[in-house]
Design a protein around this ligand. Structure first.
Ligand SMILES: Nc1nc2c(c(=O)[nH]1)N[C@H]1C(S)=C(S)[C@@H](COP(=O)(O)OP(=O)(O)OC[C@H]3O[C@@H](n4cnc5c(=O)[nH]c(N)nc54)[C@H](O)[C@@H]3O)O[C@H]1N2
Ligand SMILES: Nc1nc2c(c(=O)[nH]1)N[C@H]1C(S)=C(S)[C@@H](COP(=O)(O)OP(=O)(O)OC[C@H]3O[C@@H](n4cnc5c(=O)[nH]c(N)nc54)[C@H](O)[C@@H]3O)O[C@H]1N2
Ligand code: SF4
Ligand SMILES: [Mo]
Length: 713
């Protein structure tokens, strides 16, 4: 190479792009699509590309959110140093100073008002390691009974129903790869096409193989577009529908009596309880025809294989627990569980919606799905943690009930991590009052959210590109998200943040970890012998086997992809059919003042409270404000034009949404997404009444009125 060639080579080398590849998982939904984010630095500028990576669950697929998920992680508004509030404004502070403020305030509150005056509120985006540590932090670090998390609003009814019926709650009882072999599928209150888009090819394959698809939803959605039969139900009536399906299966003698006799209890009582139901009356109430329901019952009952999936449409009701139990009845009655291409799935929501509900950030729970009310469970965990059983607090209360106690002044301190409760709790006006009435609040956040703005101290946390740990996907497969990007600014990982707070509170010896893997190894032991047993799962195995299913009790056993093939996880091994009379009706009904139903949910482009997806210019460009779908006939009758701002009111409050005409929704029902805060917060409308069993609010049904917005009105 001569001199000039060498010089030009050096020049090109200087300007050539430097490439860094981050192998990771999308931070959003429970499909946990594996992907590579490629960062290219050229002439001082960065460019990013995202490519899906092969894996057994999503096989390299990605949706629009996953493709753009790097945008929030690199956003200039990331909080990169600790912040302390002074005279109403935040200022930068050192970690030491921020931790000292936390220590002083927590100590002062607990000395004066007792350990339970301080509470902890977590989330389903946290890794298993962090969710586990958070539960330990509340019980050992703070000694408080008050801990709960956003998953209470997500899947608590499906979880409690599965626990009662099957004795175990794992989102899916079977693998996704079995779906294409299934002959009849019921999707109840799930919009997978927008919420878990990389799930959809499994349904398409099933349809190609001749499956009959039944979708239950008050709206026509991209998911109902796939359906052979769409049951356009009036919101909040899935329990009644499921009971009719059970009744018709029995009338048509499509039940599997041998299965019911050998593997379930309560069959005779169930048959008896269904006798009293009047088909015509119920059909009228729920807005469906006898013929359609009959077709659904016969199709499902007579298919050789069948699966039922429920999601928030059915579950986020004040009778969500009972509704899910009736769908589980239908599955049991027809013997469609415990074998290939059959089974139940609660379509999990958040990235770690599954793992996040197994290891102790729930009010009544200890790691491994152990119960905080069970003496043996308490003793085992106390032993693993090196404390006395008597030192562990008792059971606490659910997320929204904690907000009520804050508003009443009983809970005075809060550590918030991984949630934006002002947007996601029902009755947002109460939640705003609750957070303003706290004496002290600390939050671990990436962004200045509406909720974090109430805090006295904010600790900056790393994003999914930086933070390593395991997450359990929709299938019950434990996956490992490797960390690849250097933490930004002074951010720390949640597991470090939790441990450092525990240390300043004098509990360092219980929270001494050098890596997430160390935390995971403790979690394995803590879950050993529990319902969600992770003992046999190691980082090495997850890497080698592309994820491992729980339960997995030793390093030599494979996890269980198909649950309940021989027996259920109840004491006698039998599934419990549910036949009780419906508990007291607390669902809200329309009336003269509030004549329409409001139901709420999601759109493709945004994720939950919008804190992350609204930091993505590409996703924001697709949808930059909230809206309400109104049937054109309904809109006209209230004098509302398309594109016009509309005031929606309920007994709790008001919200301001842009009207979008939609022929795809029932005339008596409105739909709005949950992704927006401030005056577009849909939870200004939702009531705080809760399901008596699982404490789920009725996010999917409120009685509302609608009027055009007039300035100065
Ligand atoms: N794009 C996107 N994807 C997401 C999320 C997101 O925010 N955005 N969030 C993730 C999370 S945490 C979750 S929990 C899941 C949620 O996933 P889904 O439960 O599928 O989502 P939703 O839109 O809340 O509700 C599903 C459907 O229920 C319907 N529905 C409303 N009321 C009723 C009713 O009374 N009965 C029936 N049968 N159906 C009803 C709605 O019209 C809606 O189409 O999605 C996950 N994926
Ligand atoms: N009306 C209505 N309300 C609903 C629902 C509905 O369908 N209708 N759905 C409910 C459901 S299913 C859910 S799951 C909830 C969710 O509601 P939220 O929990 O409020 O939702 P997110 O937007 O995920 O909030 C997570 C927050 O934590 C931050 N964050 C993200 N990842 C991490 C992390 O790893 N560590 C830390 N420290 N912070 C992180 C984000 O910036 C964000 O501010 O909303 C519920 N509310
Ligand atoms: S949002 Fe869900 S489906 Fe979309 S890329 Fe992320 S994990 Fe996959
Ligand atoms: Mo969720």
């Amino acid at each position: 190479m001569n001199e000039s060639m060498l010089a030009s080579f050096r020049e090109r080398q200087k300007t050539a792009a430097e490439e860094t590849v981050y192998e990771t998982q999308c931070p959003f939904c429970s499909m946990q699509c594996k992907k590579k984010v490629i960062e290219e630095k050229s002439s001082g500028r960065y460019r990013y590309k995202t490519i899906g990576m092969d894996n057994p669950t999503t096989k390299g697929r990605l949706c629009v959110k996953g493709k753009n998920a790097y945008q929030h992680a690199i956003h200039p508004e990331r909080i990169t140093s600790p912040l302390i509030k002074e005279n109403g404004d935040f200022r930068k502070a050192s970690w030491e100073e921020a931790l000292n403020v936390i220590q002083q305030n927590v100590n002062a509150l607990q000395t004066e008002h007792g350990s339970d005056s301080v509470s902890v509120y977590g989330g389903g985006s946290l890794t298993n390691e962090e969710a586990y540590l958070l539960g330990k932090f509340a019980r050992v670090g703070l000694g408080t009974k008050y801990i709960d998390y956003n998953g209470r609003f997500c899947m608590s009814s499906a979880a409690s129903a599965s626990m009662k019926t099957f004795g175990l709650d794992r989102g899916l009882t079977n693998r996704l790869e079995e779906i294409p072999e299934t002959k009849c599928i019921i999707l109840a209150g799930t919009n997978v096409a927008e919420c878990q888009p990389t799930f959809v090819p499994y349904l398409e394959q099933a349809k190609e193989n001749g499956a009959f698809l039944i979708v239950i939803d008050p709206r026509e959605t991209d998911t109902t577009a796939l359906a052979d039969l769409h049951l356009k139900i009036k919101p909040g009536n899935d329990r009644q529908l499921a009971q009719l399906l059970e009744k018709m299966v029995i009338e048509e003698q499509l039940q599997d009596e041998t299965f019911c006799e050998e593997r379930t209890s309560g069959y005779t009582e169930l048959v008896e309880s269904l006798r009293e139901i009047s088909v015509e009356e119920v059909c009228e109430d729920i807005g469906l025809t006898v013929q359609d329901i009959h077709e659904a019952a016969v199709r499902f009952g007579s298919a050789n294989t069948g699966m039922i999936f429920t999601a928030r449409g059915v579950e986020q009701q004040t009778d969500g627990h009972e509704s899910v139990r009736h769908f589980l009845n239908l599955l049991l009655l027809t013997g469609k569980i415990g074998k290939r291409a059959c089974g139940y799935g609660a379509i999990t929501g958040q990235a770690n919606g599954q793992g996040g509900r197994e290891h102790g950030q729930k009010a009544d729970q200890l790691p491994g799905y152990r119960s905080i009310e069970n003496k043996e469970d308490r003793e085992y965990i106390a032993h693993v943690w090196g404390v006395k059983e008597q030192e562990l607090p008792e059971k606490g209360i659910s997320a929204y009930e904690m907000m009520e106690r804050m508003e009443q002044g009983e809970i005075k301190g809060l550590f918030l991590i991984g949630s934006n409760p002002v947007i996601s709790n029902p009755n947002a006006n109460l939640v705003r009052r609750a957070l303003s009435s706290l004496s002290f609040m600390a939050a671990a956040e990436m962004f200045m959210t509406e909720s974090a703005s109430y805090a006295d101290v904010i600790l900056p946390t790393t994003s999914y590109l930086e933070d390593e740990g395991t997450l359990t996907n929709m299938e019950g497969r434990v996956t490992l998200r490797e960390a690849s990007r250097k933490p930004v600014g002074e951010t720390k990982h949640d597991w470090q943040i939790i441990s450092e707070i525990a240390a300043v509170l004098g509990k360092e010896k219980y929270f001494n970890y050098r890596s997430p893997e160390e935390v995971f190894n403790e979690l394995r032991l803590a879950s050993k012998g529990g319902k969600a047993d992770y003992y046999g799962i190691t980082y090495e195995r997850i890497r080698k086997e592309s994820g491992v299913f729980w339960p997995c009790s030793s390093e030599e056993t494979v996890g269980e992809p198909i649950l309940f093939s021989r027996s259920f996880a109840t004491e006698d091994g039998k599934a419990r059919l549910f036949y009780n009379k419906p508990s007291l009706e607390i669902k809200e009904s329309v009336n003269e003042t509030y004549p329409l139903y409001m139901t709420t949910g999601r759109t493709m482009n945004h994720y939950l409270s919008g804190a992350q997806t609204q930091k993505s210019s590409r996703l924001l460009a697709r949808e930059f404000e909230s809206f309400v779908y109104v049937h054109p006939d309904t809109a006209r009758s209230y004098g509302i034009r398309p594109g016009e701002l509309t005031v929606i009111s309920s007994e709790r409050g008001e919200t301001l949404l842009r009207c979008s005409y939609s022929k795809h929704i029932r005339k008596d029902t409105l739909f709005a997404p949950m992704h927006w805060g401030g005056e577009q917060n849909i939870n200004n409308l939702i009531d705080g009444k809760l399901d008596p069993v699982c404490r789920m609010p009725g996010f999917k049904r409120a009685a509302v009125s609608v009027r055009p917005y007039q300035k100065n009105s």
